[in-house]
Design a protein around this ligand. Structure first.
Ligand code: F6P
Length: 373
């Protein structure tokens, strides 16, 4: 019996999504399976908005950025409906059954895994392919999209060098990465940043300023600071920990409300820390400083060759699992191979930069300031 495969892309878009859709689709069609896509993540599954993924639709999309299916951050159990957020997992099950799907392949990161897991517990067969420019999905060496974003951020740092040099300025370049520092650390090292700030290593702005002044004394009139969007000074890291612990301990509704609002206040201070740090660096060093926030540029455009290879490999390997009826797994990357990992083992976990990671150690050996010593 021919199998029926559904695909959706959820969460922030990522270069390589179309290449992954193509990898799954072409392999599945080649094995006589039927493939449909759902538009805009879980929203399209709810509304039964589909795209037939035949060989014409799958042709010519390998190199195109974004996702031909569209995406959204909508959660099945909190769908925005008429001003409320409702649990629509049962209605999504109905769509799944209506199409006689054997499996729903979800292309997404940590949030998508949580959402897919809910549907899995309702009875859907799920396979997840790990996607995010943040590289923060647990139990996989790498996520697709990361390599492309790393290349874009590195090129930006390369380009910022010449203007920082010409104007004898500090340039603080903020990368994405959510609460992890993979992008800032990778691009900072690859682009030769003088200071690299990541959430895993809270910084002291005076230490950063001292490193810049030391460069100045040695005749280096400019400095590049690569900062992850989640990087924060040590005092905010302390406040964040206290606020998170208070939320965990809160027993009553009122206590939870208060703890949540305290946490939101700390998060807001954290969100402004790149710009605030740049101002502080001007004051502490007497040098001019500018901020460049790379933002969504890191998620746009053509996927790198590495991401095309990765998604093609993940996509085709995923169809072998479908052929064998192996569901409830994320297709992880291990070295040159792909391995299925049970979703319940990955869900809710996050891969942060270990403090003894070889990239951290290389940065320290090179004398790059990481803001802590
Ligand atoms: O998870 C990918 C990511 O690009 C993060 O790096 C970033 O924090 C977030 O998404 C931005 O999300 P949005 O595009 O919804 O603003």
């Amino acid at each position: 019996m021919a199998k029926y495969v559904g695909i959706l892309t959820a969460g922030g878009d990522t270069p390589g999504l179309n290449a992954a859709i193509r990898g799954i689709g072409k392999t599945a069609l080649g094995m006589g399976m039927n493939v449909i896509g759902f538009r805009d993540g879980f929203h399209g599954l709810l509304g039964d908005r589909t795209v037939r993924l035949d060989s014409d639709t799958l042709s010519g999309i390998l190199t195109i950025g974004g996702t031909i299916l569209g995406t959204s951050r909508d959660k099945p159990h909190k769908m925005p409906m008429g001003g409320k957020k409702l649990d629509m997992t049962d209605a999504m099950m109905d769509t799944y059954r209506k199409h006689n799907l054997d499996v729903l392949v979800c292309l997404g990161g940590g949030g998508t895994l949580k959402n897919a897991y809910r549907l899995m517990k309702k009875g859907m067969n799920i396979i997840n392919l790990p996607k995010t420019i943040d590289n923060d999905v647990a139990m996989t060496d790498v996520t697709f999209g990361f390599d492309t974003a790393l290349g874009i951020a590195t090129e930006a740092i390369d380009r910022l060098h010449s203007t920082a040099h010409s104007h004898h300025r500090i340039i603080v370049v903020e990368t994405m990465g959510h609460n992890t520092g993979w992008l800032a650390l990778g691009a900072g090292l690859a682009g030769g940043a003088d200071v690299i700030l990541i959430p895993e290593i809270p910084y002291n702005v005076e230490i950063v300023a001292e490193a810049i002044k030391r460069r100045h004394r040695h005749g280096r009139g400019f400095s590049i600071v690569a900062a992850s969007e989640g990087a924060m000074p040590q005092h905010i890291a302390g406040d964040l920990q206290i606020a998170q612990q208070a939320l965990e301990k809160a027993k009553t509704k009122q206590a939870r409300r208060e703890a949540k609002s305290r946490l939101a206040e700390v998060e807001a201070r954290r969100a402004h820390s790149t710009i605030h740090m740049s101002e502080q660096l001007e004051n502490l060093t007497g040098l001019e400083s500018r901020v460049t926030i790379l933002g969504h540029v890191q998620r746009g455009g053509t996927p790198s060759a590495v991401d095309r290879l990765l998604t093609t490999q993940l996509g085709s390997a995923c169809v072998s699992l479908i052929r064998d009826g192996q569901y409830g797994v994320m297709m992880a990357v291990r070295g040159q191979d792909t391995v299925p990992v049970p979703i319940e083992q990955v869900v809710g976990k996050r891969k942060i930069v270990p403090l003894d990671h070889p990239w951290v150690e290389s940065a320290r050996k090179l004398g790059t300031c990481l803001g802590d010593t």
